[in-house]
Write a protein that binds this ligand. Sequence first.
Ligand SMILES: Cc1cc2nc3c(=O)[nH]c(=O)nc-3n(C[C@H](O)[C@H](O)[C@H](O)COP(=O)(O)OP(=O)(O)OC[C@H]3O[C@@H](n4cnc5c(N)ncnc54)[C@H](O)[C@@H]3O)c2cc1C
Length: 569
Amino acid sequence: METSNYETDVLIVGGGLAGLTAAIKIKEEREDLEVCVVDKGGIGWAGQTPLTGGMCIYVESDSANEFVDSVVAKGYGLANSEWLRHFASHLEPSSAELFGWGVPFMKDQEGRLYAADSAFWGTKNKVTGFVPHKTTLHLKKLALARGVKLLNKIEVVDLTKEDKRITGAVGFNILSGEFCVIQSRSTVLANGCCNFKGRAWFTMNVGEGVAAAYRAGAKQRHCEYAHQYDPVDRQSETWWRAEIAADFIENAKGEKIFQKYFPGQTRLGSWALSYAMGAEVMAGRGPVYFNATGTSYDQFNTRVAGEDIRVWQFKQGTFLEPKRVHFDRGGHDLSREKSEWTIMFPGRLGSVMVDLNCRSTELEGLWGAGDTVISGCAMNGAMSANSYGRWGLPFAYVTALVAAKDIAKVVPETPKPKANLEEQKRLKDRLFAPMTLKKREFEPWDAILRIQQVVIPAQYALIREGNRLIKALQTIEEVQKEILPRVKAETPHDLVRYHEAQSLATCSEMLTRAALYRTESRGSHFREDCPERDDKNWLKWIIIQKDGDRMALSTMPVPGSNSPEAAKR
Ligand SMILES: Cc1cc2nc3c(=O)[nH]c(=O)nc-3n(C[C@H](O)[C@H](O)[C@H](O)COP(=O)(O)OP(=O)(O)OC[C@H]3O[C@@H](n4cnc5c(N)ncnc54)[C@H](O)[C@@H]3O)c2cc1C
């Protein structure tokens, strides 16, 4: 197999919103630094960003404290107030910076960035938005104009290391199968989180950055809360926001279900509605339906689209308006027919632990931005990773700008790494091992499906129980020991799928081990066998780190969690 060698000052893995923003900002700060963005897909189109709703949380700097207090109060004692404050205080200037770059945000009549009061979650914030598919293409053009090198169709598999310093990465070209070695003075992981291939739209990101960082020795935090479920229409995968849909979801007997589990509560978001739906199905009262029959559509639509920014987004073609999908496209009239709903699992394991400069807390020369670090910052406390939608995009550009400024300061003083041919050979052998097998006993999909069977169903990641989690871990281990070593890859495309399966196995093990370790129930982590909240033992974050061949778990106190106020949260 041929080898391509690259050398750069900054390697950015992943060319989504976080990766492109970081690349542009580094060039703005230090034009002389060589910056290279590598993506397994086509930069500008790949990843989650272009497929999202483009809605962005916005907090004016002078309301940052109020916002932080409102989120901490809803975090069941585990919210990371330090990171939240950092995020909140950067939101206004960072959004303004991207607006200044020409990112297509919604504007007010005077042509300024528009932000409206937000109708959801009861936290103190506003909401703005941009057109996501135009944004990534715009950022790609800007990056090229500033001299950033963009490499498409390269699957990054492992980080290279010199003692505790990251010195770049290795991967392969998905089209030609060529081995790629990229030596770099600094490396940014911006290649998303693990979405477990749990929804049709989000299959590229399987936590390969998270798993590579884990193998290299980076600490991971808060994995048990990376279990995002989305309530959606079974047929079209579209949805109404959970806070609205909750009023219309009923079980097979026609009983409304949400208030049964969360009496008097309205703003708990997707995890709570998912919980109610999962519990009803597990109790044999499924399937569940969205039933808005007898409701005038206009009245319903006004409620749902109450935020003018959402109406603007529909007009930009960003999100398909649910009415269009249900009625205009599917011929399904919601005012006369109910539709079956289910819970989909995109998960959101982006657990790499970073400091406030977005540097890995363990490894030199490594930064993380965007979804790769989103659950590791533990900002929403004991709530599943999507409790507050509209954080992901701003978090991606805030962390990218923070990391970029730090890199621009540090890298000019950092020596170039030396090539380590022995390490390259070892990683190359590991990377291509599935192509050298004689017999094809398993397909990569055999591994992926086995893992999904013990992670995605509600009885594993949503409504948890010790024995079931142990069974899930046994299956994951069986996949790691018995199936993956016998997967033969015939083509570079098979090889991508193999490495995705391997990463999925590592991420699933982290999610499941952390869920088993936390022997209590708190927020969206619910254990049937430990139903009570246990503040005496569990006002702590769970940390995972590689220890030889073992995944080692420990805990870390949440700063300020011993205060009497924290215990009440
Ligand atoms: C249904 C849905 C709707 C959403 N809507 C919103 C919303 O309205 N507002 C909001 O704030 N957030 C939303 N989000 C969250 C948002 O999508 C993410 O938080 C955000 O896009 C993350 O940006 P990123 O740059 O970190 O990742 P991405 O945009 O996913 O970029 C990661 C890149 O890394 C590449 N990559 C992955 N693995 C490798 C590898 N091994 N080697 C090389 N490259 C690799 C991928 O191809 C991709 O281009 C939504 C999420 C979902 C699931």
